[in-house]
Design a protein around this ligand. Structure first.
Ligand code: SME
Length: 151
């Protein structure tokens, strides 16, 4: 699948920036937050058995530390696969950041050997915002972030 021009621009802007580490992750979240329906954009870093909130754009959340296996974020790590949730109201294991959230996508950020370093988590106020193309774009963005993971 080819990415739309808008999605390509996000990946290219991150890839072409001279930033690295946390500054690059911040830039990436700012770029994503300009996309329609991308209402909360954040990165969680995997540290031991927990996901720790890193850079984000959007309302502050109580979920700054999420154990593996808990919520959509922790499930992505436990199952070692991305999560695309059409409507979070159908889930029993959902951790709510905002009462307005309806759909969510979590894409794992992996190092070159495939090990999860963390994840990109996006929340939307609309049902069904995220599909295959969003997943692909976030995966490409995750690769850019992973290549320059350290500060
Ligand atoms: N909804 C996530 C928690 C993180 S917030 O969306 C920012 C989850 O269920 O894991």
């Amino acid at each position: 699948m080819a990415l739309s021009e808008t999605f390509q621009q996000v990946v290219c802007a991150a890839a072409q920036s001279p930033q690295k580490g946390r500054a690059l992750r911040k830039l990436a979240m700012q770029l994503l937050s300009d996309l329609p329906g991308y209402d909360w954009c954040g990165i969680y870093v995997l540290e031991g058995e927990n996901l720790i909130l890193d850079e984000y754009v959007g309302a502050p959340t109580d979920h700054t530390m999420i154990p593996i296996g808990v919520g959509v974020c922790g499930t992505a790590v436990a199952e070692d696969r991305n999560q695309v949730i059409e409507d979070v109201r159908t889930l029993s294991n959902y951790l709510s950041c905002s009462v307005s959230t309806r759909s969510e996508i979590v894409v794992l950020i992996r190092d070159s050997s495939g090990r999860a370093l963390g994840q990109i988590d996006i929340d939307s106020h609309m049902v069904g915002t995220f599909g295959q193309e969003d997943e692909l774009m976030l995966q490409e963005l995750g690769e850019v972030i992973a290549e320059r993971w350290s500060d």
